[in-house]
Design a protein around this ligand. Structure first.
Ligand SMILES: NC(=O)c1ccc[n+]([C@@H]2O[C@H](COP(=O)([O-])OP(=O)(O)OC[C@H]3O[C@@H](n4cnc5c(N)ncnc54)[C@H](O)[C@@H]3O)[C@@H](O)[C@H]2O)c1
Length: 151
């Protein structure tokens, strides 16, 4: 097994019953974090708790306390929320999103976003704070949507 990257750390993950939050809760627990999850969907949240086994539920200016604050901005991920909003099933949604993406041949999954969060939560990003990590395959720099609009 690879090195535990979050051993001794506490992670509080909101929206952990589904999608990106669920993927992050599972991955963080696998990497040794003590994970506290919060979600308004109690039963699915409990299922996530059961699936990781070692978790408990619960529900600016932090640098001076040694607390790093970072953000992830992903490209569209076909999660239950995205499916509900678009009224499309996951595979149709992925197929529709593909032509808009800049990075071809890879479909962004919740797991990939969770892996980026794992990096930001681990000591590998020791001195990174107030950073917005775009997990979008370059979409926000080279926006195909805008080129489609122009054409
Ligand atoms: N899926 C995407 O393409 C995408 C892209 C960019 C940003 N995001 C953002 O990522 C986050 C997670 O999205 P997702 O796609 O994994 O959605 P999801 O619907 O799969 O999961 C969201 C979870 O949040 C929970 N939730 C909603 N309101 C809550 C509240 N007040 N307190 C606690 N939990 C609450 C829901 O019950 C659900 O379990 C959202 O903030 C979304 O806006 C998603």
């Amino acid at each position: 097994m690879s090195k535990l990257r979050l051993e001794g750390k506490v992670a509080i993950i909101t929206g952990a019953a589904s999608g990106i939050g669920e993927a992050a809760a599972k991955l963080f627990a696998e990497h040794g974090a003590f994970v506290i999850i919060a979600d308004i969907q109690h039963e699915p949240a409990n299922q996530v708790v059961d699936s990781i086994g070692l978790v408990r539920t619960g529900s600016g200016e932090l640098g001076k306390y040694g607390i790093r604050v970072n953000c992830i901005s992903p490209f569209g991920v076909s999660t239950p929320m995205a499916s509900k909003m678009s009224n499309l099933d996951i595979s149709t949604l992925e197929a529709k999103g593909n032509p808009l993406s800049n990075l071809k041949g890879i479909v962004l999954k919740a797991k990939h976003v969770a892996e980026s969060a794992l990096f930001l939560a681990s000591n590998e990003s020791y001195y990174i704070s107030r950073h917005n990590l775009a997990v979008d395959g370059g979409f926000s720099v080279v926006s195909n949507v805008m080129s489609m609009v122009k054409s």
